[in-house]
Design a protein around this ligand. Structure first.
Ligand code: CMC
Length: 430
């Protein structure tokens, strides 16, 4: 730890607070003793200046547009690695050797099936249920099926729960999709790789042979890599907070899925595509740019802006390239949505409002176009995000559980309600 300190003086009382330094990125003032030394809390709604934890997993430099998983740049991982290798890296901290990779792939693959009674769970939902609602319920329900992996004090059980979730998310996600379109569930086929297996479970039907398109499988695998972790975002913080009470891992990941669903977070890919469809043609872009800039209009350009990135989201660049690859492979020469997206991006990047506020396209701006071209309906976009982010949530949750200084997360508040007052009986109230 650094020998630097920071002194805070409140009404003449001073507290000397330690400063902690990370390997890269801003240092932090450790305020854990601030209350005991000054009687004051800090106030930071939205956590804009607060590090909620120490972590070794993912690093973002928002000003430079850098994203590292365990030190490795996202573009290198997306270009050279595969999703399960990324999972291994996030979980264990190092890239696997060939033998470790083969063993890890094997272990994940052996857990792809879900308990057969899970099928009955699905029939309880309306066909038009949003698949994210189904995912929240089904992942939470895994804790009712796998009692042998809910003891969080046992490292072996934690590992089995992790493998189960990484392996079963594609199966559950594909089941949610199949249920919504009234087609039979397709069981996993374990001689396929993780992403090809998922594509097959989504798009195969029992009446026909299904051949996985390797270009689409590789593109989706890369999309999974891009979404695998993103340090202490809202859903990850939700998972950590839920886990801090000792809740079982399936329940914690279900909490993360619920948080991800919101349009300011993982729901933005669905919202971005709907927005592009609503705009429809490039000539209507100025109207929407004006709406986004209007203080009295709640409309925002979906897929634009980020709490941390004040530069181009590095994931968006890779996503844009992937979009072109996928459309090419599918022979889609002219996609009106892509035309709108490209033009919208160009106009926004030159507009004073977006320049001044440092609003750039984020990962969700192009992902919807890509996933739609692959055949996924918009309601599945956030489900795919949840599938890929599961490993990040698990890695962050494990890191927290293994930290001996871990305590229940319990934020404080600035109370602005009524001071203490006496109860007034109903008869006495005016
Ligand atoms: N369109 C128009 N104006 C915007 C936008 C946007 N997309 N994003 C931010 N602003 C403005 C906002 O109105 C505010 O202006 P002012 O200072 O005049 O009040 C300023 O920029 C700062 O915005 P903020 O809401 O204080 O910033 P934040 O860090 O709290 O929000 C955000 C970040 C991602 C929620 C926000 O940029 C947003 O709502 N974007 C659209 C939704 C979206 O694309 N979300 C996906 C995020 S990436 C995927 C993920 O990690 O989940």
């Amino acid at each position: 730890m650094s020998s630097k300190t920071s002194t805070v003086t409140v009404d003449g009382t001073s507290a000397e607070l330690p400063v902690k330094e990370g390997t890269i990125g801003p240092s932090v003032i450790d305020i854990s003793k601030l209350y005991s030394q000054t009687g004051m809390f800090t106030y930071d709604p939205g956590f804009t200046s607060t590090a909620a934890t120490e972590s070794k997993i993912t690093y973002i430099d928002g000003d430079k547009g850098i994203l590292l998983y365990r030190g490795y740049p996202i573009d290198q991982l997306a270009e050279h690695g595969d999703f399960l290798e990324t999972c291994y890296l996030l979980l264990y901290g190092e890239l696997p050797t060939a033998a470790q990779k083969a063993d890890f792939d094997y272990r994940v693959t052996r857990h792809t099936m879900v308990h057969d009674q899970m099928n009955r769970f699905f029939t309880g939902f309306r066909r038009d249920a949003h698949p994210m609602a189904i995912m929240v319920a089904c992942v939470g329900a895994l804790s009712a099926f796998y009692h042998d992996s809910t003891d969080i004090s046992d490292p072996h059980q934690r590992m089995i729960a992790s493998m189960r979730m990484i392996a079963k998310m594609p199966t559950l996600a594909a089941m949610a999709y199949k249920y919504s379109i009234g087609q039979p569930f397709v069981y996993p086929q374990n001689d396929l790789d993780y992403t090809s297996n998922f594509l097959r479970m989504c798009f195969a039907v029992p009446a026909e042979e299904y051949k996985v398109n390797p270009v689409l499988s590789r593109a989706l695998d890369r999309i999974f890599i891009l979404h695998a972790d993103h340090e202490q975002n809202a859903s990850t913080s939700t998972v950590r907070l839920a886990g801090s009470s000792g809740a079982n891992p399936f329940a914690c990941i279900a909490a993360g899925i619920a948080c991800l669903w919101g349009p300011a977070h993982g729901g933005a890919n669905e919202a971005a595509l709907k927005m592009l469809e609503e705009i429809g043609t490039p000539d209507r872009i100025p109207e929407y740019i004006a709406k986004a800039k209007d203080k009295n209009d709640p409309f925002r350009l979906m897929g634009f802006g980020h709490r941390v990135y004040k530069n181009y989201d590095p994931r968006a660049r890779i996503m844009q390239k992937t979009t072109h690859e996928v459309l090419n492979e599918l022979g889609i020469k002219d996609d009106p949505l892509l035309d709108v997206a490209v033009e919208l991006e160009q106009i926004a990047l030159k507009d004073e409002y977006f320049i001044e506020k440092k609003l750039y396209p984020n990962i969700d701006f192009y992902s919807g176009i890509t996933l739609k071209a692959m055949g996924f309906p918009t309601s599945m976009f956030t489900v795919l995000f949840a599938l890929a982010r599961t490993v990040g949530w698990i890695a962050q949750w494990s890191e927290m559980i293994e930290d001996p200084s871990q305590r229940i997360g319990r934020p404080r508040q600035l109370y602005t309600g009524s001071p203490e007052r006496d109860y007034v009986t109903l008869a006495q109230r005016g």
